[in-house]
Design a protein around this ligand. Structure first.
Ligand code: SF4
Length: 529
């Protein structure tokens, strides 16, 4: 049994944990790690004693000394939620790794992790992939990853990049703070750690901003071979099904339990491969809606599948009038904290997808924003658009967008136009007539926590404007430059796909200028802004 964290040698009540019941002979405690904000895949909570599952076994129940007279009888451990047989654990590791060796996808970060001899470069390559993969599909990440590693193959190269460059490459990948934090952490490694990546999961999490328990475990196990588990969404799904865990899988108690289980299961000789195999299984076989149980390499260890099979057998017996009670298919008796809640029992029609379960998701906040596509004719007859930079913190920090203004809900169109005209007027330093704004339509974009509607207006300028250099950085861009800039996917939706414009007559040329010195559009800036 593992003592609670930070007991300092005091005799605390130990807790049941999957590791405790494995009997592997390994005595080291699993890493005691804490989540970091923004580590989207981490799904972590620190191993707080107060959040441990309530079926603890008191010390007196484990030792020959006399128990306190009034101590309550300990609740039995929920054996169906554990891996308690060392032979089964060995078999599961073997089956999973054999399948992974045969079926794993060929991914660029795996190739780098397997072939890069330098530990810092290897850890950096894994780190970049893990940050990009947070909340993002593998297929989407591959191209971004390859371009990133080509541009910044080392920590040192990334540390020298500007945030603008990072945002440009990250554009379209979403959750933009990830790229920013990755670069900040790279700078920290170079400036404060002599360019050497921390060598353990504990230090990675402690020393690097944006690296939480999941990312630290992934880097340490894959790059350094540290025997530490990982828990991401795929692992949660697989483990919950393997051990019929139907309680809210986002609750701290269940997450703690899963971390203990992952740390206990991880193969000691191939921890990185084991962790990747578990995630690969969740991504390709034990998928959320229609898992391929028939092809699953660990199906013989899966209690959710066992339950389904027994129910089918029972139904078949019933059909032929031979139904007998089916053992081991019911939930644990007496309000087990890992079984589905009594109000939402096992649903036979869902099969193994009864697991995992989550508390109802919080509804995203609804927001409306007026945005104005300000257009002019640039030199050579090109269409040009004005984009402005967002603040350096908050949502879409540092990205570029069309001039935009948050709107109150249910604001009438005329009022919207007036508000937007006022906003543009204050920003450009000259009158903007609300009636000149043309309503184009609405574009909906779903951020993780915001249901955002952009009310899109357009305004074509037939005169020059003097942008206020005291306001946000701004610049005129062609359509091609717009798509190559650090703009969000939402703004790309606002402009629409690249179009083939008829060239405008050169006589209508407006001199180029921008309020960002050195920006692509500051060439030939007659005002020197
Ligand atoms: Fe998932 Fe099915 Fe495999 Fe169980 S048998 S781990 S539910 S794919």
């Amino acid at each position: 049994f593992r003592a609670a964290a930070g007991t300092g040698g005091r005799r605390e009540k130990p807790h049941f944990s999957p590791r405790a019941l494995i009997g592997s002979g390994e005595r080291e405690a699993p890493p005691l790690l804490q989540g970091a904000p923004g580590d989207g895949r981490a799904r972590v909570s620190p191993p707080r004693a107060s959040l441990r599952l309530p079926f603890c076994v008191p010390v007196w129940a484990l030792t020959p000394c006399c128990p306190p007279a009034a101590a309550p009888a300990p609740a039995p451990p929920p054996a169906r939620h554990l891996f308690s047989d060392p032979a089964e654990i060995e078999a599961l590791r073997r089956d999973l790794l054999a399948w992974y060796d045969k079926c794993k996808r060929d991914l660029p970060w795996r190739t780098r992790a397997a072939t890069e001899p330098d530990a810092d470069r290897r850890a950096y390559a894994v780190w970049v992939s893990e940050i990009m993969l947070q909340q993002t599909q593998v297929a989407t990440v591959i191209d971004y990853y390859n371009r990133w590693m080509q541009k910044w193959p080392t920590l040192q190269a990334l540390a020298q990049a500007s945030l603008e460059e990072v945002n440009e490459l990250w554009a379209g990948l979403g959750y933009y703070s990830r790229g920013k934090r990755l670069q900040e952490a790279a700078r920290k490694v170079v400036s404060e750690l002599a360019g050497q990546m921390p060598r353990t999961a504990e230090d990675l999490q402690k020393l690097l901003p944006g690296v939480g328990q999941y990312t630290a475990g992934a880097i340490a196990s894959i790059s350094y071979g540290q025997a530490t588990g990982v828990v991401d969404g795929n692992v949660i799904r697989v483990l919950c099904r393997l051990r019929c865990i139907g309680a809210d899988s986002s609750s701290p108690a269940v997450i703690d339990w899963l971390w203990d289980m992952a740390n206990a299961l991880v193969d000691r000789s191939r921890p990185g491969d084991f962790n990747q195999a578990l995630m690969e299984l969740g991504a390709t076989v034990c998928v959320p809606k229609a898992p391929l149980c028939g092809e699953c390499p660990v199906k013989q260890h899966c209690r959710a599948r066992l339950r389904v099979e027994k129910e089918l057998a029972f139904a078949s017996q019933k059909l032929f009038g031979k139904a007998t009670p089916v053992p081991d298919v019911e939930d644990c008796a007496g309000g087990c904290p890992l079984c589905p809640p009594a109000a939402e029992p096992w649903d036979s029609s869902l099969g193994v997808t009864n697991f995992p379960r989550k508390a109802a998701k919080k509804q995203p906040r609804v927001a409306r924003t007026a945005t104005c596509v300000l257009e002019r004719r640039g030199c050579h007859g090109d269409h040009e658009y004005l984009i402005v930079q967002r603040p350096s913190s908050g949502l879409l920090a540092g990205l570029w967008e069309f001039p935009s203004l948050p709107l109150a809900q249910d604001l009438q169109e005329e009022k919207q136009k007036e508000a937007l005209a006022d906003h543009l007027q204050a920003w450009m330093g000259q009158p903007v007539v609300a009636g000149d704004l043309q309503l184009i339509g609405e574009v909906v974009h779903i951020f993780s926590h915001i249901h955002q509607t952009y009310v899109v207006y357009s305004l074509s300028l037939d005169r020059d404007v003097t942008l206020d250099p005291a306001s946000s950085p701004s610049r005129w861009v062609t359509e091609e430059e717009f798509h190559a800039s650090a703009v969000s996917t939402a703004m790309k939706k606002v402009l629409g796909p690249p179009r083939a414009f008829p060239p405008l007559p050169p006589s209508s040329c407006v001199p180029e200028r921008a309020s960002v010195p050195g920006s692509p559009c500051s060439r030939g800036d007659p005002w020197g802004l």
